[in-house]
Design a protein around this ligand. Structure first.
Ligand code: ATP
Ligand code: MG
Length: 345
């Protein structure tokens, strides 16, 4: 998959965006698969994670570039330190958090990547975070201009977990990245992955777990590599070699649905009803029968269009629902939807 993404970028695609649910292995893929494969092709790689410091995306860019240069390009690193200290009056690269949060330094850092011998691939992780705050819009525009203006040497890959926010950045007519990136799939892993886990488990413990049993659990938990890896690690730690027993122990220790339970319990009653009585059963939003039903469930006299509208807006802001347009509302996370269907409804 890493090779195919790189081929597409080599073939002239300027940037690629992938999104998948939480804990599907995106970050791991960027760092452990894409990064080495790109280096193999002589590409300088930069990893930027916008969650490194949520309040300051410029800081994340600066740190990503600094780390990459320090690790892979001593010459450029020296130049970077000098440039930054000359232009911004910093003593050496002992740049503090505040100075590295400066957008101008981020621009300078980005510019330093251009026009070198090697091509550059910048990996932007948690890109959806840039859609959380209108203050970040300027940075989105800067990145767009930068990528457009340096098509020859700079390629980018964006990764995120919120479909709605990614759409906001990439698909929205007004948004700065419009037309600049193509969304590519990030498919779930398959039997090869669980067979590999079985092999590793055997190598480390000399105990066999049938790979089909591992695969079953992997699929049951929405093909999240996190859960199955965490489970096998727990089993190794506890000396449990039967996967059913291991799962029982694991679930008693760390309940994977706990996060969803907390989210659900934190919702207003109207928002809970919105999800369980309207969105999941696909009931018409703005219909008198819907208003009646919700009023009855809430035990109030009347529910209006505005109430429903406000609830949808809140659920969207909480990243729970995604508006796909034309009245189509879907869950951001299928896991949360599953939780409601199996545990609540
Ligand atoms: N290819 C893989 N091989 C083995 N384990 C993996 C692999 N990919 C992911 N994992 C396991 O799943 C966990 C979660 O992966 P990762 O952090 O990459 O997911 P993510 O999609 O970036 O999640 P988030 O959206 O929360 O950032 C990892 O810590 C690791 O244990
Ligand atoms: Mg991640």
């Amino acid at each position: 998959m890493a090779e195919s993404y790189l081929d597409q970028l080599d073939a002239g695609l300027n940037s690629v965006a992938i999104f998948a649910d939480r804990r599907k292995g995106k970050t791991e893929f960027l760092l452990d698969d894409l990064d080495p494969a790109a280096k193999e092709r002589g590409i300088l790689t930069v990893y930027v994670n916008f969650w490194e410091k949520k309040s300051a995306p410029s800081y994340c860019i600066n740190q990503g570039i600094r780390r990459s240069l320090e690790r892979d390009s001593p010459k450029l690193f020296k130049k970077w330190k000098k440039e930054i200290s000359v232009n911004f009056g910093l003593v050496q690269a002992k740049a503090s958090n505040i100075t590295l949060s400066n957008p101008e330094i981020a621009n300078e850092s980005l510019e330093m990547l251009v026009g070198n011998k090697s091509r550059v691939l910048i990996m932007f992780d948690e890109i959806q975070h840039l859609a959380t705050n209108p203050d970040f819009e300027e940075l989105i525009a800067t990145l767009r201009t930068y990528l457009d203006g340096n098509k020859k040497s700079i390629r980018a890959i964006f990764t995120g977990s919120s479909q709605d926010r990614l759409n906001k950045i990439f698909r929205n007519q007004k948004a700065a990245f419009y037309r600049s990136a193509s969304l590519v799939a990030f498919p779930d892993m398959d039997e090869d992955f669980t067979a590999y886990l079985a092999k590793q488990f055997y190598a480390l413990t000399k105990r066999k777990i049938p790979k089909s049993e591992i695969h079953e659990i992997f699929v049951e938990y929405r093909c999240s590599p996190f859960i199955v890896v965490d489970l096998l690690q727990t089993m190794m730690r506890e000396g449990i070699y039967d996967i059913k027993e291991g799962l029982g122990y694991y679930l008693a220790q760390s309940n994977p649905t706990e996060e969803w339970e907390d989210l659900w319990k934190g919702l207003k009653p109207i928002d809970q009803l919105m999800l369980s009585k309207i969105i999941i059963p696909k009931r018409a939003f703005y219909h008198v029968d819907t208003y009646k039903l919700i009023a009855k469930e809430l035990g109030v006299g009347k529910v209006s269009r505005g109430t429903i509208q406000a609830s949808a807006k809140r659920l969207r802001e909480l990243d729970i629902l995604n508006n796909e347009g034309r009245g189509q509302w879907v869950f951001e996370s299928d896991e949360f939807k599953d939780y409601i269907v199996t545990e609540v409804m």
